[in-house]
Structures are given as C-alpha cells and as structure tokens.
Design a binder for this molecule. Structure first.
Ligand SMILES: [Fe+2]
Length: 245
C-alpha cells in the first residue's frame, strides 16, 4: 500500500476507538464498569515467557468443528463454512505460532453449556469449539457451521448477531486477546446492543468477516475471511484488551 507508514513508525493508541466501559444500553456494563481508576501492575516473568505452543499440541480434527465432536459417520448440522485469514501486526507482517481458539453456538443458536437453556435443540454432532496455530505466514483456517443468532436477556427482545468467539494467544500468558467475529450482511449487527457500544462503524467493521468465494470448496463449504490485526491503525477491536498488544 503506497500510503502505509514507514517501518518502525510508532502508533499512538487511539482510545476513542474503544467503547466506553459504561454503556447502559448493554445492561451488564452498568455493574461491570470500574468505579475507580485503574492500577497498573508489571508483568511477572512467567506471564512474559510462557506458555509456548507448537503444532504438535493440535489434534487432527481440532480445526474441524463439523467433525471434532461428531459421532462416527456423522457431521454437525448447519450451513458448512470455512473461516480463514491472517494474524498480522500493526505493519501487516504475519504473526506465526499464534494459538487461535474459537467457540460458537450451533446452527440453532444454542451453546453446549449447562447454563444455556435456549429453546433451540442441541446438536449431538456439534461441540462448538476448536483450535489451530498460525503457520509461518500467519495464516489460520478452520471448518465449522454457520452459528445461529440467539436471544439474550438484556432488553425485552435483544438478539445476538451470528458470531464466533476467538482467543488469540501470543508468546506469554499476558498476551491473550479475545474478540468476536460477525458475518457480512447480517442485519442484527446494526441493532446489537453489544456492538452498538463501539463508537465507530470502522471499528465494528474490523469484526465483520467477508464472504470469500475464492476460497469456497464447490459443492461443500462457503468461505469467510477474517484477519486479525494486533495493533495500530487497522487494529481489530479486542474485548479484553481494547488497546491491543
Ligand atoms: Fe456468544
């Protein structure tokens, strides 16, 4: 890109990019928002140096949610998709060896979790979680099914857009980033009380995966592309560490 800043440019953090802690439209933010100023702690050596991940910890089906909890000869119900992309730093350099974990509701919008009592049925062939590690070019990919939207107790009739939760683990315990990915064209994105706490449309857009017909597998699965940017002007919005890495 011709207008990219030169290598080594310092990117000042832009805190207006982030949703404020207190956003009453998202009801639980009222009790969760800090009442006092934050205190900074130095990281411990353990937090900075561990853990390390290698491809050898990843099982063969860990990046295939259509099969990893399915009974033999079965697969998860729902529209089959591939999610893929890159993990990049603020200068668009690939970040290899990032443990990428993902979890999601099933095609009916229900999680396999004892506290999820939504009416939609559980799928006996879908667990809803998996993991992979980025390769030398910072790429990741996994197979899954399109999650369904689900209602949640906030206002009288609030529904989450279809989404997949992500955790990105860097080289140390202090480098874990959490976010959610949404799907291009979902009308719930514009009316979700959680997403609408984010001040700018551009920041919301960093969380929206694009349909990628070039990576579909014909007669099998469509593809969505989602890149994660750890810091800088194009940074993905992370819910646990808004300022990025
Ligand atoms: Fe969720």
């Amino acid at each position: 890109m011709t207008n990219s800043p030169p290598p080594g440019t310092f990117f000042q953090r832009d805190f207006t990019w982030h949703p404020p802690a207190l956003t009453p439209g998202y009801k639980t933010s009222v009790t969760r928002a800090p009442q006092r100023a934050r205190i900074a702690y130095d990281n411990t050596v353990t937090e900075l140096t561990g853990p390390t991940f290698g491809h050898n910890i990843i099982g063969e089906l860990d990046n295939d949610l259509t099969l990893n909890y399915a009974r033999p000869g079965h697969s998860a119900q729902g529209p089959r998709i591939i999610v893929h992309g890159h993990v990049l730093d603020e200068e668009a350099r690939p970040v290899p060896n990032v443990l990428v974990e993902f979890w999601q509701a099933n095609a009916g919008g229900r999680y396999r979790h004892k506290k999820d009592s939504y009416l939609a049925p559980l799928d006996p062939d879908f667990g809803g979680c998996g993991r992979t590690v980025t390769d030398a070019e910072g790429r990741y990919h996994f197979r899954t099914i399109l999650p369904g939207p689900y209602p949640w107790p906030n206002g009288v009739n609030d529904w989450r857009p279809a989404h997949i939760h992500f955790s990105l683990f860097g080289h140390g315990f202090a480098q874990r980033l959490i976010t959610q990915m949404y799907f291009e064209g979902d009308p719930h994105i514009d009316i979700c009380p959680i997403l609408q706490t984010i001040p700018s449309k551009a920041a919301i857009d960093t969380l929206v995966a694009r349909l990628d017909m070039n990576h579909t597998v014909p007669m099998d699965a469509r593809a969505y592309r989602m890149d994660f940017v750890l810091r800088g002007q194009r940074q993905t919005l992370f819910e646990n560490k808004m300022e990025g890495m």
